[in-house]
Design a protein around this ligand. Structure first.
Ligand code: MG
Length: 397
């Protein structure tokens, strides 16, 4: 199934009220709105007022809240509009199953995996903003998309950059890919200085405006670690072909190095809407009102080697890449569990990496991921281990 020529493009947004989802609707508006895109289903979680407003404004067929408790609120917010409503896991499945040729997968974290797999199975083109699908399910997820017959188009800015740099070039000539990282708010901090930081301090990103999970992950560099794994599966690379460079200005979004010594980079303002637009219009380009680069004003672009001693997330991601199997699922679930515990104030900032490392070691038994069920089981197991470790740390504190 190929959906590229479908006009208007039928689009479902899984996770429409978050940072990526709201930006996606802004891009849809900029690219011609309802003349160009037909919004099939929108899903959110707790922000019912925004979800209902989006559904009305874009004339969605179905609006879904992931939280069963919010169902009555959503239903009454959309009463009389003719827009169908649903809730919970079954609601997300219903949204993913509906006939939309394009699905923006923007639910943060592991809850995004199941509905994205459902959309991939029926052959939708997947604009992938949820990195957990690839980090956790890797080969299984890529295989599911291939079997379904749809395309996988990255929305993460770094992966969109690489995707754009690879257009028209020979994959076999790719030597390495270089993911850029801003370094986050603690780029120049010592480990001692990071010990007692709170979630409020950690979430303040210098360049990008993003959701909480990605912002904290940017401070710990776990976000970059997840992106290393994401890149490996998305572009079918060996672990040693995936590199990270710190680039504080966030202007070069990533680079590809070729066998003849050429490097192709994609540059732009740090604005997610460019990557979102490319994913929605690929292989075309849309007309987008985002800030243009002023190179004279920028004057310089800086690069520095990442410090894996201060940011163990990068080392752990490389370990997961090299070990393969279900280590990505272990890293992802342990990191997500530790992230919630950090945000809740239960553990310290540096505890997150300790917990992830211990969970990965505990689960390092050479198991491979045959099916998506194996991934879900490994995810659950990693959460159990992480939960134990978190309560041990809480008791010690
Ligand atoms: Mg990114």
């Amino acid at each position: 199934m190929t959906n590229a020529s479908e006009m208007p493009r039928k689009l479902t947004i899984l996770g429409s009220t978050g940072s990526i989802g709201s930006n996606t609707l802004d891009v849809v508006r900029q690219l011609g709105g309802r003349g160009q895109f037909e919004i099939v289903a929108l899903t959110g979680a707790g922000n019912i007022a925004l979800l209902a407003e989006q559904a009305r404004q874009f004339g969605a067929e179905l609006a879904v809240t992931a939280e069963d408790d919010n169902y009555e609120d959503l239903k009454s917010a959309l009463a009389g509009t003719g827009i169908k409503t649903a809730a919970g896991k079954s609601g997300l499945e219903e949204a993913a199953s509906m006939d939309a040729g394009w699905v923006m997968a923007a639910i943060a974290g592991t809850p995004g995996l199941a509905p994205t797999v459902t959309a991939a199975k029926r052959g939708a083109d997947i604009a992938l903003a949820n990195k957990e699908c690839l980090v956790s399910a890797g080969d299984v997820f890529v295989r599911t998309v291939k079997q379904g017959g749809g395309r996988l188009i990255p929305v993460d800015s770094e992966h969109s950059a690489i995707f754009q740099c690879l257009t028209g070039d020979h994959r076999e000539a790719v030597e390495r890919i270089i993911l850029t990282a801003s370094g986050g708010p603690f780029r120049t901090w010592s480990r001692e200085e990071m010990t007692n930081v709170t979630a409020d301090v950690a979430r303040a990103h210098p360049n990008w405006s993003m959701g909480l999970k990605v912002s904290i992950g940017s401070a710990s560099m776990f976000n970059k670690g997840l992106e290393m794994i994401e890149a490996k599966y998305l572009f079918d690379l060996r672990p040693d072909q995936v590199e990270v460079i710190v680039h504080p200005q966030s202007i070069v979004h990533s680079m590809v190095g070729y066998s003849d010594g050429s490097y192709i980079a994609q540059l732009g303002s740090p604005d997610m809407r460019t990557a979102i637009s490319y994913a929605l219009t690929y292989p075309e380009r849309g007309q987008l009102n985002v800030e243009r680069l002023d190179f004279a004003k920028l004057a310089r672009l800086d690069f520095e080697a990442p410090d894996e001693a201060r940011f163990p997330a990068l080392r752990l991601a490389r370990t997961a890449l090299e070990r393969g199997g279900l280590q990505g699922a272990a890293l992802n679930a342990a990191e997500e569990t530790a992230f919630h515990a950090f945000v809740d104030g239960a553990i310290g900032f540096l505890d997150m990496a300790d917990i992830v490392e211990t969970v990965m070691d505990r689960m390092d038994d050479g198991r491979s991921a045959g099916t998506i069920e194996d991934v879900f089981a490994a995810d659950e197991e990693a959460r159990r281990h992480a939960g134990e470790l978190i309560s041990t740390k809480e008791k010690a504190a």
